[in-house]
Design a protein around this ligand. Structure first.
Ligand code: AMP
Length: 290
């Protein structure tokens, strides 16, 4: 496995590696969710590249950039075992040198509402860094997690709008046995908060059960999702939503494919989750690690 820290090194190494090429963008602090994306790429491509870049431009001034977990050596060990061919781990100054002034902004849906309302500038940072990584690496396919449903939709929109020749592949959310979606931020949770955090997946499972028992009124399903939070006083609900998976805008009727989404704060930690409302078995489609 080759580890590159500069764009120049990546451009020198990549042409020697066989295509097709898969790229897995990450911010490091790798867990089984990231590794499921890597496994999907390794299975489908001759070469897999993983980027590890804690992207400052997607963190707001009040967000957790400085305390975000970092462990490059542990990440490299995991990626070596997973069959990755190239890791791109640049410093911030490599991708945002002095004078940097060009941004990619998705101005309408799916980059409005939900996370966009709570994290101003976040999706501008995401779209810009993903566009840069796609231009630097030039993969045939890039792998993203469904856990970050709005990010996935923003990336799909940006790639379509800019005619970037890459296939975006979405992989299912990997969960703990109690339903909590794996996230690099879960390490922030104190034991009681970790317990409370199961309310996200419980809220989604409740929406799915509601739907499967015949409820078709969005407001009734949203109320059921909110009700689940009454059992978890440590979790401060930010939003529940039923939204179209491509635009992330709320649906008025439950006619087409619909995502149930939830976001909350547990202590100072912002957590999000989502799943299709009409999943045949609530959350059991997700991959569980134990
Ligand atoms: P991050 O390092 O948090 O930026 O995540 C990098 C990629 O891993 C994104 O495409 C995420 O959606 C994906 N990811 C994060 N958590 C999970 C999870 N629990 N299951 C599957 N994919 C995930």
């Amino acid at each position: 496995m080759q580890v590159c820290h500069t764009v120049r090194d990546v451009r020198e190494v990549l042409p020697r590696l066989p295509r097709p090429l898969g790229l897995v963008p990450t911010m490091g602090a790798l867990h089984a969710g990231h590794l499921s994306l890597v496994a999907a790429s390794v299975a489908a491509n001759h070469t897999t590249a993983v980027s590890i870049f804690l992207n400052p431009s997607q963190f707001g001034p009040s967000e957790d950039l400085s305390r975000y977990p970092r462990n490059l050596q542990a990440d490299l060990a995991l990626l070596g075992q997973a069959g990755v061919d190239l890791v791109f781990a640049p410093e911030a100054g490599e991708l945002y040198p002095p004078g940097f002034a060009t941004w990619v902004t998705v101005e309408g849906p799916p980059a409005v509402r939900l996370e966009a309302d709570r994290r101003p500038g976040h999706f501008r940072g995401v779209a810009t860094i993903v566009a840069k990584l796609l231009l630097i690496v030039g993969p045939d396919a890039a792998y993203f997690g469904q856990k970050d449903a709005q990010q996935l939709a923003v990336v799909r929109r940006m790639v379509a709008d800019l005619n970037i020749p890459v296939t975006i592949v979405a992989e299912p959310t990997v969960r703990e046995p109690d339903g909590l979606a794996l996230s690099s931020r879960n390490v922030y949770l104190q034991p009681a908060e970790r317990q409370a955090a199961t309310v996200l997946s419980r809220s989604i499972a409740r929406a799915q059960r509601c739907y499967q028992s015949g409820e078709r009124a969005p407001l009734a399903i949203l109320e059921a999702m909110r009700a689940e939070f009454r059992s978890a006083p440590l979790a401060m609900l930010d939003y529940v939503a039923l939204a179209d998976p491509a635009t992330l805008q709320p649906v008025g009727t439950l006619a087409g494919e619909t995502l149930a989404l939830v976001a909350c704060h547990v202590g100072t930690t912002h957590l999000i989750d989502n799943a299709p409302l009409a999943a045949p078995h609530p959350l059991t489609e997700a991959r569980i690690v134990s």
